[in-house]
Design a binder for this molecule. Structure first.
Ligand code: COA
Length: 169
């Protein structure tokens, strides 16, 4: 019964949700993820309780650990590691309602900022990535960091706001 439900969930991700999914992508719990309108490269692995929004592009052999939130506007290049509970953001000044008190639902009323995670970068568990940054190739973001600015390639960043550690990755 559960296997049949999981099969249907996987079918929905692969065929009905506007996704483009590469060969050999692993989603062990398709019943516990929310992925729609995304592009995911081959051999990438997506853990449970992950949400990947529309227009996200994820490369090949990327590891997305459980509970990550990857919002619209994020591009993740090949071989990157996205730790448990990593949260991306795309709206620097989020508001629920506009000046007239009406719920904001349209793209005209907020500015989407994009984020790029370069090849083989590593983002530790529970890190938060503010909008509009570039995580440099092979750089490491420590667990719990809040990244407010772009990071240099092959460097380690920790803390809130994330700052560069003396030693490199
Ligand atoms: C950032 C990281 C890579 C640094 O590892 P490291 O180079 O071995 O660093 P060390 O353990 O030698 O720590 C060096 C210093 O940085 C501090 N530090 C290490 N990680 C930190 C972090 N995430 N946030 C804040 N400070 C951190 C340590 O307290 C230490 O400070 P001190 O010199 O004042 O004692 C690592 O700590 C980390 O956060 N890895 C990610 C783990 C993770 O999320 N894995 C996900 C899958 S389970």
């Amino acid at each position: 019964m559960i296997e049949e439900y999981q099969r249907l969930c996987l079918e929905r991700i692969l065929e009905d949700s506007g996704n483009t999914i590469g060969e050999g992508v692993k989603i062990p719990r398709p019943d516990l993820v929310n992925i729609y309108g995304a592009e995911i490269g081959s051999e990438t692995q997506i853990g449970p309780f992950v949400e990947i929004q529309k227009n996200v592009v994820i490369g090949e052999r990327v590891k997305v650990q459980s509970h990550a939130f990857i919002c619209e506007g994020v591009v993740i290049e090949d071989g990157a590691f996205i730790g448990h509970g990593v949260v991306f953001t795309n709206d620097r000044n989020p508001r629920a309602v506009n000046d007239e008190g009406r719920l904001i639902t349209s793209y005209d009323e907020w500015v989407l900022e994009t984020t790029l995670v370069e090849r083989e970068a590593v983002i530790g568990s529970n890190a938060t990535i503010l909008p509009g940054v570039r995580i440099g190739r092979g750089s490491v973001i420590g667990a719990g960091a809040v990244v407010t600015k772009s990071t240099e390639p092959s460097c380690i960043y920790v803390g809130n706001p994330a700052i560069r550690m003396k030693k490199d990755s």
